[in-house]
Design a protein around this ligand. Structure first.
Ligand code: DAH
Length: 376
């Protein structure tokens, strides 16, 4: 019988010596026991049970042993690795249970705590409606223009062809910030809180070269008592288009588009003759009632609250810009014509959303604004 092949003797393969396997196993078990949390355990696992761990590397040596030695080393190694894996599983379960218990405590929601968040506000429906109207016109290529609320009397009245003795100029209708000069050498023009958004028309024409297509939303002021249908501060939207060859048909088509965008397809509008100093001809513009679609007019069987069974809802004033206004703003009335339209948003909000009292719109109570939602 030949002498045993020394190089295949398991005793001679350093890593497979029983004490060595025991040492590696104990080292692994100690590391597992010392892992304080799941992250640490993951690292320990890579170091002591991963592909490049001492036990795994030693295990690779087994294949080269003679059969008997292979069986013995395999058994020893299997037991050592089994013990290590078992310890890992046990420690893992232990640490997971600890973590779950901790999360339950740390992330617990105390539903009995007092509610301390500041209640969310809401955007005012006048703002959102005015923005919605702007959007309709911006989509048609209009620009949004603004002007000051404290306005020179000249812009508010004179440039708009409103005569010196026009009743609207009286102190009981208009809020004057500075009275007009009485002596010849004083400045003639006083300063007012603008009574309408029409002065923005003049400012815009002075500012830009035609063609001009602008929409001017803004706050206006009048000497009125606050009641269910009046407020001394309210909001208007002014529309102005100046171009070559514009006619009243363009005006009607434009407003009709706005009405349909805001109230629904198929609605019509009508013009009723009126007088405004800054437009010629001038008209009052009505839209067909979007609730009864005109069917309530003259039909006692079908009354309509929205239009008081008129079939029509009055929207605002409009007309072709008076050539005198064009001239005051430095625009040649021989070459250009324009149309204008002005209306109040509060009234629009009243019939669009069945708001019955205008005071609700100015009191700032969030219980009024909140049901309109956070429309942006
Ligand atoms: N500025 C007018 C008002 O406040 C409304 C108005 C009428 C505006 C006719 C216009 C217009 O642009 O053409 O009563």
């Amino acid at each position: 019988m030949s002498a045993p092949n020394k190089s295949y003797d398991p005793v001679e393969v350093e890593a497979l010596k029983p004490e060595e396997i025991e040492r590696m196993r104990d080292e692994a078990l100690a590391a597992v026991a010392a892992a304080a949390d799941l992250d640490a355990l993951r690292e320990v696992k890579a170091a002591h049970a991963g592909d490049r761990s001492p036990l795994a590397l030693a295990n690779r040596e087994i294949g080269a042993l003679p059969p008997q030695a292979k069986a013995e080393a395999g058994k020893r190694m299997g037991m050592a690795r089994g013990a290590v894996n078992k310890a890992f599983a046990a420690r893992q379960a232990e640490l997971e249970a600890e973590r779950d218990a901790r999360v339950l405590v740390e992330e617990a929601v105390d539903v009995t705590l007092p509610y301390d968040r500041t209640p969310a506000g809401a955007r005012h429906p006048i703002t959102t409606l005015s923005e919605r109207i702007e959007d309709v016109f911006v989509a048609m290529g209009y620009e949004v223009a603004e002007g000051p609320e404290v306005e020179a009397e000249w812009f508010n009245f004179d440039a708009l062809n409103i005569a010196q003795d026009h009743p609207a100029r009286a102190m009981q209708d208009t809020l004057f910030v500075q009275a007009p000069g009485k002596k010849a050498k004083e400045a003639e023009s006083g300063v007012v809180l603008r009574t309408h958004t029409s002065p923005v028309q003049v400012r815009t024409m002075l500012d830009r070269e035609p063609p001009v297509y602008v929409i001017c939303p803004g706050r206006v002021y009048r000497m009125d008592e606050l009641d269910a249908t009046h407020t001394p501060v309210f909001t208007q939207v002014e529309l102005l288009a100046i171009d070559e060859g514009l006619t009243m048909a363009d005006l009607k088509g434009t407003i009709e588009h706005m009405v349909r965008s805001l109230f629904g397809e198929g609605l019509t509008t009508r013009l009723r003759p009126n007088y405004f100093p800054f437009t010629e001809p001038s008209a009052e513009l009505d839209m067909q009632c979007y609730v009864c679609r005109g069917e309530s007019a003259g039909n006692p069987d079908r009354p309509c609250r929205t239009c008081s069974s008129e079939g029509w809802i009055e929207l605002g004033g409009c007309g072709m810009v008076n050539p005198r206004v064009l001239t005051a703003a430095g625009i040649d009335p021989e070459k250009y014509s324009g149309f204008a339209f002005g209306f109040g948003i509060e009234r629009l909000l009243m019939f669009r959303h069945s708001v019955e009292d205008m005071r609700d719109m100015v009191e700032g109570d969030v219980r009024f604004t909140r049901p309109f939602g956070m429309e942006i």
